[in-house]
Design a protein around this ligand. Structure first.
Ligand code: HEM
Length: 567
């Protein structure tokens, strides 16, 4: 028996069993035009036909919509089932129940991602699998499992997942942080370490840092008593000044139309990803209609213009044949781009831009955020502040400025910085890693192309590792436990681990220590009166890099040294 409506492939038309008389009464046009075709083919039986438009008119719209939804749903269930049966051969990590199409996305919407994932891990275990749209995510929440991903199976997990924003903003993966390992990536990483972060540049880095800290201290010491300062803003400006001067020779300020801060913040937002990264078809549509694609293009244009300004300036310097002493990181990159190195590798112009992009996006924010959190915790904990101030002032005695040599004696300062990086891991989920082949973690199968997220924030706060007072700012915990940033056992991993670990792992903590030591040597710090009762707001904001939601505002009072030596 034929259904009520069917599609006749020969005449490319819908046909129906609805009696002609009813149709004719309602749609007089139904037979017109098609009659001739039937006669030509010698078809006598008068089977009523209807067009798609007419079909829409016959059925109430709710019935048609329901039919289409049911059809799509059954297709979805069918695909899911066939996927499931092909997955049944694998032992996959536990997952929360999924919702069709979006997967587990809804589980991540109510809180910052690192917090939501940490809560889920308490229910589903230290290794779990989430599905966001069509993409699988492996979530790692203990040191032991992080060890497997970043050490034992590092060769499998050292790739990075692809995304529209990382591709565009890194000149098609010509950077270090977002590109997957290759000989070129290795060479670029080597260049960054030797020409920007390594011991060869340490002297100039230190020289600039000390100068910038001095000028900040000098500025603060000239303020009238009881002046409230936005320390967050000052620290960010200072870090930018140091990184720019060491990397690019001078502080490149704003482009006409956009400030460097806007360019940086927008790049960080874009790097969080778009809908199409996880929902390929529908997401692409939304990226277009929501204006996300246009926003990415604008962000790239501004970032590229900023980087091009730096490159053009340095190219002009090279034409002038500046002396060796005057050369900075970008001059060295331009030099390296003119010859092959010993392994036959030659930097391209786009490589240079990719490297500058990483210094711009990776170097400023993480270092600034770490300083902001460290100072916030110090001020919030008067006991720690007093103990630290005593150590700093006793270690140095009466001097003109605190230098790196004095800092080597400050053991409590090192513990304070470690504790701040533990409680406030600046990049709480590191940068995502991706598996390049099938492997097993913790007895579970991990399929190629899975994005691995290490919850460094949760791991560093886990009471199973750090005891009942894991949430407390207590630097003394490091008196008996020697946890080093390189990961060791991965109890805390603010700089990641394995071959993708942060190349700033040595420079960044030393920078933090020097800045904090100088701020506390010269000044006594207090919360503004209006905040004394309600306490310091420690809410977090951001995703890739998490900073304080409310800037840190404090009142500095120059320490009353008896001899009145001025900074
Ligand atoms: C307190 C300061 C800093 C923190 C907390 C930090 C943290 C991190 C983290 C967590 C990663 C990802 C590691 C992983 O995926 O396993 C990373 C990667 C990276 N960081 Fe840093 N970072 C800091 C400072 C710097 C500085 C000053 C630079 C200098 C330019 C820098 C450049 C990079 C680069 C290029 C990568 C990518 C490495 C790769 O994928 O091979 N970072 N950083």
């Amino acid at each position: 028996m034929r259904p009520l409506v069917w599609f006749d492939t020969k005449y490319k038309t819908f046909k129906t069993n609805i009696p002609n008389i009813i149709l004719k009464a309602n749609f007089s046009s139904i037979h017109q035009g098609k009659e001739a075709a039937r006669k030509r083919d010698g078809v006598n039986k008068q089977e009523p036909t209807i067009s798609l438009m007419e079909l829409f008119t016959i059925f109430p719209s709710w019935l048609l919509t329901t039919t289409i939804v049911l059809f799509m749903f059954s297709m979805f269930v069918y695909t899911l089932r066939s996927n499931r049966s092909s997955m049944a051969a694998f032992k996959l990590p536990p997952s929360p129940p999924t919702i069709p199409i979006i997967g587990n996305l809804h589980k991540l919407l109510s809180k910052p991602r690192h917090q939501a994932l940490w809560e889920l891990s308490k229910k589903y275990g230290p290794i779990m699998l989430l599905n966001i749209g069509s993409k699988p995510f492996l979530i790692i929440s203990t040191p032991a499992k992080a060890n497997q991903v970043l050490k034992t199976q590092d060769h499998i997990f050292c790739s990075r997942p692809l995304s529209k924003a990382t591709k565009r903003l890194t000149y098609n993966y010509l950077d270090i942080a977002f590109s997957s390992p290759s000989d070129h990536w290795r060479e670029r990483r080597k260049v960054l370490i030797s020409e920007f972060l390594g011991p060869k540049r340490a002297r100039s880095f230190n020289y600039v840092l000390v100068k910038e800290v001095e000028s900040m201290v000098h500025f603060l010491s000239l303020l009238p008593p009881n002046t409230e300062v936005n320390l967050s803003k000052m620290l960010l400006a200072m870090v930018k000044e140091v990184v720019c001067k060491v990397g690019f020779g001078k502080n490149y300020r704003d482009l006409s139309g956009s400030s460097w801060e806007e360019i940086l913040n927008e790049a960080l937002v874009m790097l969080n990803g778009s809908l199409s990264d996880n929902f390929p078809w529908v997401g692409e549509f939304f990226d277009v209609i929501s204006g996300w694609n246009r926003r990415l293009e604008k962000c790239f244009r501004n970032l590229d213009a900023y980087i091009q300004m730096i490159v053009d300036d340095h190219n002009n310097d090279m034409i002038r044949e500046i002396s060796e002493d005057e050369k900075d990181f970008v001059h060295r990159l331009i030099e390296l781009s003119s010859t092959e190195n010993a392994s036959g590798y030659q930097l391209t112009k786009e490589d240079i831009k990719g490297l500058i992009m990483n210094v711009f996006v990776g170097g400023f924010d993480s270092t600034f955020v770490a300083m902001e959190w460290t100072m916030s915790e110090i001020v919030k904990n008067p006991r720690v502040m007093q103990k630290l101030v005593n150590e700093i002032r006793n270690c140095t005695g009466r001097i003109q400025k605190v230098n790196e040599l004095d800092i080597t004696k400050m053991t409590y300062l090192k513990m304070v910085v470690k504790e701040a990086l533990r409680l406030h891991t600046p990049a709480p989920l590191l940068i995502p890693h991706a598996s390049s082949s099938h492997c097993q973690i913790g007895g579970y199968d991990v399929l190629p192309g899975t994005t691995a997220i290490i919850n460094a924030w949760g791991i560093a706060k886990d009471p199973n590792t750090w005891g009942e007072n894991a949430d407390e700012f207590y630097p003394e915990r490091f008196e008996n436990v020697d946890v080093d940033f390189r990961g060791g056992n991965f109890e805390m991993l603010p700089f990641g681990g394995g071959r993708r670990s942060c190349p700033g792992i040595n420079t960044a903590p030393a920078t933090l220590e020097l800045v904090i030591a100088n701020l506390l040597y010269w000044f006594d710090w207090e919360l503004p009166d209006r905040l004394k009762n309600e306490g310091l707001n420690m809410e977090e904001e951001g995703s890739l890099i998490v900073q304080k939601k409310v800037p840190l505002c404090l009142v500095p009072t120059k320490h009353n040294w008896e001899d009145n030596l001025t900074p």
